[in-house]
Design a protein. Structure first.
Length: 128
């Protein structure tokens, strides 16, 4: 006997109310969680030889555009990129957001930065 039939039988026997049955039936068929539609801006920092990115941030492009309103024009973004002297705030984020908003897809920014120990770090920003 399937679960739905058991629930209906419990209502018929007076063991549970119709409201309780409705809740149980709804729990058996959960609604799918809506997913964000549209493009995503992805920021990755990858250390050579590593299986996965050191940093992997992806967020909806609309959120990135909105968030740009809250970053001070001369704001500094602090990030520890190992033994490098690269300043991540030197990236022109406004230009990247504008390119992505205009319909550009794929890789918008790519840079390799050598650490003092000789292991390069790759910084990638792309739209998917």
């Amino acid at each position: 006997m399937d679960e739905k039939r058991k629930i209906l039988d419990m209502v018929a026997e007076g063991k549970i109310t119709a409201e309780e049955a409705a809740k149980l039936l709804a729990a058996m068929n959960p609604k799918p969680v809506p997913t964000a539609k549209g493009k995503r801006l992805v920021f990755q920092i990858i250390q050579e030889g590593s299986e996965k990115p050191k940093v992997n941030i992806a967020f909806p492009l609309k959120l990135a555009k909105f968030g740009m309103n809250f970053i001070p024009k001369n704001g500094k973004i602090n990030a520890d990129l190992g033994d490098t002297d690269f300043d991540i705030s030197s990236i022109n984020w406004q230009e990247i957001i504008e390119m992505a908003s205009s319909g550009e897809t794929g890789e918008l920014f790519y840079m390799e930065v050598d650490e003092e120990n000789g292991t390069p770090i790759t910084i990638r920003i792309f739209v998917e």
